[in-house]
Design a protein around this ligand. Structure first.
Ligand SMILES: N[C@@H](CCC(=O)N[C@@H](CS)C(=O)NCC(=O)O)C(=O)O
Length: 218
């Protein structure tokens, strides 16, 4: 099985399924397409008509879109355990995941994922509202798992994977957060699979200008 992704430093959509597969020990080869190199669209079309990453190839099957890939991995390889077991928690985990997948445009645009940077940006009121909503979701739904790690609905899964790029954004741009949201950031950052992603991101050298927002923090 192969997962095609973009730069680990920048590709927030790629991080989601990569983190799920890595954390649950689903074996896969990864292939990186550099987002700043020429002919991106035609290069990505070799893997999927969507011309976007991430893309999963499993035998004859090609799945694009980070949520569809996570759902497929969960169904085919994880016996459903990447969503909470209880129906009510599962519904809420799906709701916050869908909210992340389809919303938070201002936050995404103004604070691009950039794992290696420590920056300050002046946020618009829309981005501030997005940050407050993320804070509210984490404060409400993050609970300790059996090992004392803060995870959404108390068990690492797809919802955490969808918010992991925002964890990275908040570490880069350090917006004001509540104590509980900050605790979720710190706990997620220590996840061994996220550690591995970030270590690899730090070794990358490509600069993608449109994802370099803000000014360096002291
Ligand atoms: N909804 C898609 C979005 C994927 C997406 O926009 N990926 C970006 C990289 S992070 C991309 O492939 N950009 C290529 C381009 O814009 O040409 C998903 O969830 O996978």
């Amino acid at each position: 099985m192969r997962l095609v992704i973009g730069n680990k430093n920048y590709s927030s959509w790629s991080l989601r399924p990569w983190l799920l597969m890595h954390a649950f020990g689903v074996g896969f080869d990864e292939h990186i397409e550099w987002l700043g190199e020429p002919n991106l669209s035609s290069r990505l079309r070799r893997f999927s008509d969507s011309a976007r990453v991430p893309v999963l190839n499993d035998g004859d099957l090609t799945v694009w879109d980070s949520l569809a890939i996570c759902e497929y991995i969960n169904d085919q390889y994880l016996g459903g355990k990447a969503w909470p077991a209880k129906a009510a928690d599962k519904a809420l985990a799906r709701a916050v995941t869908a909210e992340m997948h389809s919303g938070f445009a201002a936050l995404r645009n103004e604070m691009p994922m950039n794992c290696r940077a420590s920056r300050h940006v002046e946020s618009s009121s829309s981005a501030k509202a997005d940050i407050a909503r993320v804070d509210e979701i984490w404060s409400k739904y993050a609970r300790e798992d059996s090992e004392g790690n803060l995870r959404l609905f108390g068990h690492f899964g797809i919802a955490d994977c969808f918010f992991a790029p925002v964890v990275m954004r908040f570490l880069t741009y350090e917006p004001e957060l509540s104590t509980s949201a900050r605790a979720y950031v710190n706990s997620m950052r220590k996840h061994p699979s996220l550690e591995q992603w970030v270590s690899a991101a730090l070794l990358e050298t490509e600069i993608v200008d449109i994802d370099e927002a803000g000014v360096d923090r002291e």
